[in-house]
Write a protein that binds this ligand. Structure first.
Ligand code: NDP
Length: 276
């Protein structure tokens, strides 16, 4: 019987993960089944245990269960520990459930490898202080950025995140109104403002002709943040489709020990998104 994998979430109908993992499996000659499962909130932990005790080899976890997956994991990677959230589950040889978080690495790979954005010594402005932002801070620091300023609508949440990295000394926090009118090398929108058609109110002067602007969200049409950055003639304007595929590729590598080629999968998803 083929090894089984799944993504658990609620809602889950629009998940692209089955499509992405089917492509990875075809490309690398692996026999596996990957499905998207709608999980009722009350039964998440039971559903995970049942899946991983049966023929299920690994799970991706998405909204709203990433923190509960973190709590359920009996072993966690360092990056999952710092992220406070888990998006990848599997069993260790001793039977314990392992939890990892591949979202941050997905972002770093999409920026650095797919889009040639220089992260080493970069001054980075990160907008938002929710789960997605928490997951990307450690991987950005590990990529050698010079500094990260976290700006959030609720400044206290940004401060709480910055405190997690107080020992490092490179992470600061503020509200949108306190963002200095200075050019940053990289600006990452990790808010869900684009979902509401809104834009975090930060100074236009943060965007220069070499600034890379990245929205973790993606859509068929450019997001409000991507439109804003393009109007300001940002050096690069990138949305989060590549991050989605890269985080999936890292989960696939953890489970199957082989790294798929992400470029053709990103290109196909982009074409499908634009075709509607
Ligand atoms: P959370 O709900 O945990 O956090 C939402 C964040 O957005 C908070 O900082 C919140 O601010 C801020 N926010 C919400 N609405 C507005 C607004 N109108 N104006 C300004 N700020 C706002 O969400 P996540 O962190 O899980 O996700 C954030 C985004 O990242 C989503 O768009 C999600 O789709 C995307 N994402 C993309 C991934 C990918 O693979 N491409 C992976 C993971 C996430 P406050 O604290 O003040 O409420």
């Amino acid at each position: 019987m083929n090894d089984r994998y799944a993504v658990f979430g609620n809602p889950i109908a629009h998940s692209k993960s089955p499509q992405i993992h089917a492509r990875f499996a075809g490309q690398t000659g692996q026999d596996l089944i990957y499905t998207a499962e709608h999980i009722e909130e009350a039964v998440f932990e039971t559903a995970v245990q049942c899946f991983l005790q049966g023929d299920g080899k690994g799970l991706n976890i998405t909204v709203p269960f990433k923190e509960r997956a973190w709590a359920l994991a009996q072993w966690r990677s360092d990056r999952a520990e710092l992220a406070g959230a888990v998006n990848t589950l599997y069993r260790l040889e001793d039977g314990r459930i392992a939890g990892d978080n591949t979202d941050g690495l997905g972002l770093v790979r999409d920026l650095a490898d797919n889009n040639s954005v220089q992260l080493s010594n970069a001054r980075v402005l990160v907008l938002g202080a929710g789960g997605a932002v928490r997951g990307v801070l450690q991987p950005l620091l590990a990529a050698g950025v010079a500094s990260i300023l976290i700006a959030n609508r609720t400044p206290a949440r940004a401060e709480t995140l910055a405190e997690l990295f107080a020992d490092d000394g490179r992470v600061q926090a503020c509200g949108f109104e306190q963002v200095p009118a200075e050019t940053f090398d990289v600006i990452i929108n990790g808010t869900s403002a684009s979902l509401q058609g809104e834009l975090p109110p930060i100074p236009a002067a943060t965007v220069g002709s070499t600034t890379a602007c990245y929205d973790m969200m993606y859509a068929a049409e450019p997001t409000p943040f991507c439109r804003w950055a393009a109007e300001l003639n940002a050096g690069r304007v990138i949305d989060g489709l590549g991050m989605l595929v890269e985080q999936a590729a890292e989960s696939f590598r953890i489970w199957r020990g082989v790294r798929p080629d992400t470029a053709p999968v990103i290109a196909d998803l982009r074409a499908a998104l634009q075709a509607g």
